[in-house]
Design a protein around this ligand. Structure first.
Ligand SMILES: [Fe+2]
Ligand SMILES: [Fe+2]
Length: 165
């Protein structure tokens, strides 16, 4: 499928950028103050529980989405900031963070163990964390659908911007 291949190739520079940022948490510079202004107090607690590299990635996704869609719903913006919070249930080791970033999401669902389990299940784990932590229901829904947006326009937007960052 040439279309699919060229899309994958176009995502490669972003993947490599993420990879180079994935080694040292101390190098990450998430704008937590900006992010916090878009989250409820319960959601802010969840956000601050995320790894700094995931927070930085989340801020990039949210900022890119907001730049392209200034009228984005507040719950979509909050979901962009929390979309990968399910990864907090089992923080990656450095080598896992690098390896897991190289395994396509579809493949990780076929190899659901250890770090790959977290990769495959993080949307559902994240949605459960948002619900249990007292976040907004729509935010939980969007977090749960960010890799499989089927029929949900806002989740599809989040998926597209996540792929770019
Ligand atoms: Fe994700
Ligand atoms: Fe992401």
């Amino acid at each position: 499928m040439p279309g699919r291949l060229s899309r994958k190739l176009s995502q490669l520079p972003g993947k490599l950028r993420r990879l180079s940022r994935s080694v040292h948490e101390a190098q990450a510079q998430p704008d937590d103050q900006w992010a916090g202004a878009h989250l409820s107090p319960a959601e802010r607690r969840l956000y601050l529980g995320m790894d700094a590299r995931d927070r930085e990635h989340a801020c990039r996704v949210a900022l890119a989405l907001l730049s392209a869609h200034p009228d984005a719903a507040p719950t979509l913006l909050a979901a962009a900031l929390l979309h990968d919070c399910g990864k907090s249930v089992r923080p990656y080791r450095v080598h896992e963070r690098v390896l897991v970033g190289l395994v396509p999401f579809r493949l990780s669902r076929l190899l659901p163990f250890g770090a790959l389990y977290v990769r495959a299940a993080h949307p559902a784990l994240g949605a459960a964390l948002v619900r249990r932590g007292g976040g907004r229901e729509r935010v939980a829904q969007l977090v749960g659908r960010h890799h499989a947006p089927r029929g949900d326009h806002e989740a599809a937007l989040l998926h597209a911007f996540d792929d770019l960052e």
